[in-house]
Ligand binder design. Structure first.
Ligand SMILES: *Cc1c(COP(=O)(O)O)cnc(C)c1O
Length: 374
C-alpha cells in the first residue's frame, strides 16, 4: 500500500530532473538552440524552477508571453535571456528593458515604444514577430518594409538591437506549416534587404520542431515537450522519449460502504450497481480537475485503475472502488508518468475533451507544488 504523506491534502510533484532531461533530449533531437517556454507559470509546473531546470538541460534562452512573467523570472534569480511577446497597450517597456528583457515586436507602434525605452548606453533588444498566417499578432506582410527599415535605422543609431525574427505556426497540416515557412522566409528576405541581419530566426514550437525539421532554423521554442507531454494526437510522451514532469496526487480522505442504487455526488449522475465502497478524493475543479471529466476521468489508487464516479465538485470527487482493499490515507494519482502505471495527463484531456497542455496549466494555486528530482 502506498500511503500519502500525513497532513497533506493534495499536491503536484514536479520532477525537475525530467524537465532537464527532456530539454537535453530535445536539443539533441532538433540539433537546435532551445528557447524554453515557461509562460503561464511554466505550464503550471512553476516558472522559476522550470526555467532553472531547462537551462540546466541546455536551453540557452527562455520565452514567456508577457513582461510580468519575464520580470518574475528575473526576481526569481534567472539571468538568462528572456523574450516576452504579448504586450498590453501602453505596456511598460522601460521597466522590461531595464531588466534586460527582450521584447517581441508586432507593430510599428511597438517598435517606437521599444526604442523610446532605450537608455543612452543601452539599446533595447527586440525580436521582430512576423505574421505568417496564424492571424494573431505579428507585423503584417504589407508593413514588413516600413517596419524593417525603421528597425534598421534605430539599430544604426544605437537605440535597438534586433536579436531575432520570428513567427508562430498553426500546426494545421505539414502543407500549411510549410506555406507559413515560405512566407517567413520571404519576410527574412525583406528584412535582409532592409539591412537587418539578426543572429536568430525562430519559427517552430514543439510540434513542428519534431515533425517538420525544415522549420527548425537552428533555434526552436519548446513548451509542452519540455514538461514531458506530447503535442501529437497519435504519439504519447514515451514515443517521443519524454518524461512527464508533473504528478497530481492526493490521499483518500474518507471511505463509505454503501448499498446498491445509491446516488453519488451532485445530481446523482452515478448510481452504484451493487453494494460497494466509495472513496473520497480532495481535488476538484477549483484545483483544475475538469468538471467536464465527471464520471470518466481516470484515477490510480495503489496501482489499481478506477474512474471518477459522478460529478466532480469544486473541492472533491468520489471514486467507486468496489471491494478493493483501499483505506483512508492511501495515495490516489490522477496523472503522472504513464510508464509508471498511472494515468497520463492525455487521458484526462481526452476525458475532458481538451488537450494535455490545458490539464497541467490549469492545476490551480491551491495545489502545492513539491519539487522532486528522480
Ligand atoms: C506557447 C508558445 C510556444 C510553445 O508552444 P508548445 O507547443 O508548447 O511547444 C512557442 N511559441 C509561442 C509564440 C507560444 O505562444
Amino acid at each position: 500500500m502506498s500511503r500519502f504523506k500525513k497532513g497533506v491534502l493534495r499536491e503536484a510533484t514536479i520532477d525537475v530532473g525530467a524537465i532537464a532531461a527532456n530539454v537535453r533530449h530535445l536539443r539533441r533531437l532538433t540539433e537546435s538552440e532551445v528557447i524554453a517556454v515557461v509562460k503561464a507559470d511554466g505550464y503550471g509546473h512553476g516558472a522559476v524552477r522550470s526555467a532553472a531546470a531547462a537551462l540546466e538541460g541546455g536551453a540557452s534562452r527562455l520565452g514567456v508571453a508577457d513582461i510580468g512573467e519575464a520580470l518574475a523570472l528575473r526576481r526569481g534569480g534567472i539571468d538568462a535571456p528572456i523574450l516576452a511577446w504579448l504586450h498590453a497597450p501602453g505596456a511598460n517597456f522601460r521597466e522590461a528593458a531595464g531588466a534586460g528583457i527582450e521584447l517581441g515586436i508586432s507593430s510599428f507602434d511597438q517598435l517606437l515604444q521599444a526604442s523610446a525605452a532605450a537608455s543612452v548606453d543601452r539599446p533595447v533588444s527586440v525580436h521582430l514577430k512576423l505574421e505568417t498566417g496564424l492571424g494573431r499578432n505579428g507585423i503584417a506582410p504589407a508593413d514588413y518594409r516600413v517596419v524593417f527599415a525603421e528597425a534598421a535605422r534605430l539599430e544604426r543609431i544605437g537605440k535597438l538591437r534586433v536579436i531575432g525574427l520570428f513567427s508562430h505556426l498553426s500546426n494545421t497540416s505539414a502543407d500549411d506549416d510549410r506555406a507559413a515557412l515560405r512566407r517567413f522566409e520571404e519576410g527574412v528576405g525583406v528584412a535582409a534587404s532592409a539591412g537587418l541581419a539578426p543572429p536568430l530566426r525562430h519559427l517552430a514550437a514543439s510540434h513542428a520542431a519534431i515533425a517538420l525539421p525544415e522549420t527548425r532554423l537552428g533555434c526552436v521554442r519548446l513548451g509542452v515537450t519540455i514538461y514531458g507531454l506530447s503535442p501529437f494526437d497519435d504519439r504519447d510522451s514515451g514515443d517521443l522519449g519524454l518524461r512527464p514532469a508533473m504528478t497530481l496526487r492526493a490521499p483518500v480522505v474518507a471511505m463509505r460502504r454503501v448499498p446498491a442504487a445509491q446516488g453519488v455526488s451532485y445530481g446523482y449522475t452515478y448510481r452504484t450497481e451493487g453494494e460497494t465502497t466509495l472513496a473520497l478524493i480532495p481535488l476538484g475543479y477549483a484545483d483544475g480537475v475538469p468538471r467536464h471529466a465527471s464520471s470518466t476521468g481516470p484515477v490510480s489508487i495503489d496501482g489499481e485503475r478506477f474512474r471518477v464516479a459522478g460529478r466532480i465538485a469544486m473541492d472533491q470527487f468520489v471514486v467507486d472502488v468496489g471491494d478493493h482493499p483501499v483505506s483512508v490515507g492511501d495515495e490516489a494519482v490522477l496523472f503522472g508518468d504513464p510508464t509508471l502505471g498511472v494515468p497520463s495527463a492525455r487521458e484526462w484531456a481526452d476525458a475532458a475533451d481538451t488537450i494535455d497542455y490545458e490539464i497541467v496549466t490549469r492545476i490551480g494555486p491551491r495545489v502545492p507544488r513539491r519539487q522532486v528530482s528522480a
